[in-house]
Design a binder for this molecule. Sequence first.
Ligand SMILES: Nc1ncnc2c1ncn2[C@@H]1O[C@H](COP(=O)(O)OP(=O)(O)OP(=O)(O)O)[C@@H](O)[C@H]1O
Ligand SMILES: [Mg+2]
Length: 265
Amino acid sequence: MNARVEVAPQVGLDQPLITCIDLGHVHDSGRGRTTALGNISLTIDHAEFVCVLGPSGCGKTTLFNILAGFVVPSHGDIQVNGRAIEGPSAERGVVFQDYSLFPWLTAQANIEFGLRMAGQAARERAEIARDLLRLVGLPEAGAKYPFELSRGMKQRIAIARPLATRPSLLLMDEPFAALDAMTRSSLQAKLIDIHRQEQPTILFVTHNIAEALFLASRLIVMSPNPGKIVEDIKVDLPRPRRRTSPRFNELYEHLERAIGLETAE
Ligand SMILES: Nc1ncnc2c1ncn2[C@@H]1O[C@H](COP(=O)(O)OP(=O)(O)OP(=O)(O)O)[C@@H](O)[C@H]1O
Ligand SMILES: [Mg+2]
């Protein structure tokens, strides 16, 4: 892969990438207050692949939005790369469930967007976009517009786009939830490849236990009212992971109980 623009200096790799201390958030919609996150304390190291699992309403998206810089937390302290979050940044790439590409730009121009904003020269931008199109398995799709791409193809472009600026952190909120099972498992495999090659830190929100066990090096389970962390597990399964392995099933059942018990409260 080519040298890309460095959007932010990194703190030492021996320091955690993310540090949250007593982080909390209350949504005040004007029609009532909801404590979406209680007091969350957490550190995440460089190159970890963290999946966040939990029932609907446990605050996963709220945590995602705080990390992305879209929501300012009501209280607590959160730092990425040793600095407080002051808004969205190319240092933290985001991928949503609904791909959210710019419909008026080609796939290549979508991928180049952040680089254009950062002032990268056209020839270098094009080279980086070509590399990323290859990385996500769509080397021929650069000139196509989003309306010409299938859902799975759009989501591949949506994953490639933030990677262009080499984010320290890739934030993904249920990015594969709207996809069919086959496309979903091929994109899971692609994401594992990307993580192995590029080593970004990934925070991946999902409802799907099998998906989390297939992807994560670490699993965080949350429960609602208020949103809090109830489990923080290192996933020790060797790769490539087999859904049929006894340890996979043991962890699956453990997580099902953790999430099920918490929802039943
Ligand atoms: N903008 C908002 N205004 C008011 N309340 C909100 C807002 N966003 C979220 N909430 C509330 O905060 C709580 C946490 O919501 P959040 O979207 O973070 O959950 P989630 O874990 O992402 O759920 P899901 O799995 O359904 O996506 C919920 O009770 C929700 O109703
Ligand atoms: Mg959500």
